[in-house]
Design a protein around this ligand. Structure first.
Ligand code: CDP
Length: 221
């Protein structure tokens, strides 16, 4: 049976994971949160007291890092449940440095490609349609205004009990977008054959509907 790959890329806090999780449920595909993998690696770097800006020292940790993603969203990294911590500001504030290191990306991309071979997947990230799965069946590039993205992440953090201010979120989102778009290896950018989904004025249900239409038009399910 053919395994489909749906790639959902886009800037920080655009709602990719919320939409992708719902799509996965509707379509019966496996949802893979690649951002959680970069976040878990970052938590490990901080756990070990390594400077996230020290590329050599961070890359030296690759053999020690073992990341497991569970269907309920749980993330285990080298023996520790990091599900909650990877969403906290100290991880968000450093993850884009870690994600800019080629050796670390290559290690995580290898895992992502293996996951994509096992079943039909919806994978969200920054480089899924451009680098991880350039032949993905569907490529969605999901965007929203900075204000809308920061508002959504602020509300999400409030609900999860993660302390932050709206201004901190705007700064975090803008900083990550800047680093993610300008890195040398596999930067954040729309694949040429991606379809733009602007959710600035759409609620969750409307965004899911719009994404489903894109997917059904492409793979006819
Ligand atoms: O949920 P949010 O959009 O805030 O971020 P995320 O998807 O959890 O990704 C966190 C960070 O990981 C991003 O800002 C990127 O630096 C990095 N990332 C990446 O470089 N490539 C991916 N495929 C996924 C995430």
């Amino acid at each position: 049976m053919k395994h489909y790959v749906v790639a959902v890329d886009g800037p920080a806090a655009a709602g990719k994971s919320t939409i992708s999780k719902r799509l996965a449920k509707i379509l019966g595909f496996t949802y893979i949160d690649t951002g959680a993998m970069y976040r878990a690696f970052t938590e490990y770097v901080l756990r070990k007291g390594v400077d996230p800006k020290d590329e050599k020292a961070c890359c030296a940790l690759i053999p020690e890092v073992e990341i497991e993603l569970f269907p309920d969203g749980k993330v285990i990294c080298s023996g520790k449940d990091v599900t909650r911590e990877i969403r906290e500001p100290h991880v968000s504030g450093n993850v884009s440095y870690i994600a800019s290191y080629k050796e670390i990306r290559l290690a995580l991309v290898e895992l992502q490609r293996k996951m994509g071979e096992k079943s039909s997947v919806i994978m969200d990230g920054r480089d899924i349609g451009t680098y991880v799965f350039p032949n993905a069946d569907v490529k969605i590039f999901q965007v929203a205004s900075v204000e809308e993205r920061a508002k959504r992440r602020y509300i999400e953090n409030q609900e999860k009990g993660i302390p932050c201010t709206y201004e901190d979120i705007v700064a975090d989102v803008e900083k990550r977008d800047r680093i993610d778009s300008s890195r040398a290896f596999a930067p954040l950018k729309p694949a040429e054959d991606s379809i733009l989904l602007d959710t600035s004025k759409l609620n969750i249900e409307e965004s899911v509907e719009a994404a489903l239409k894109i997917i059904r038009d492409k793979i006819g399910e």
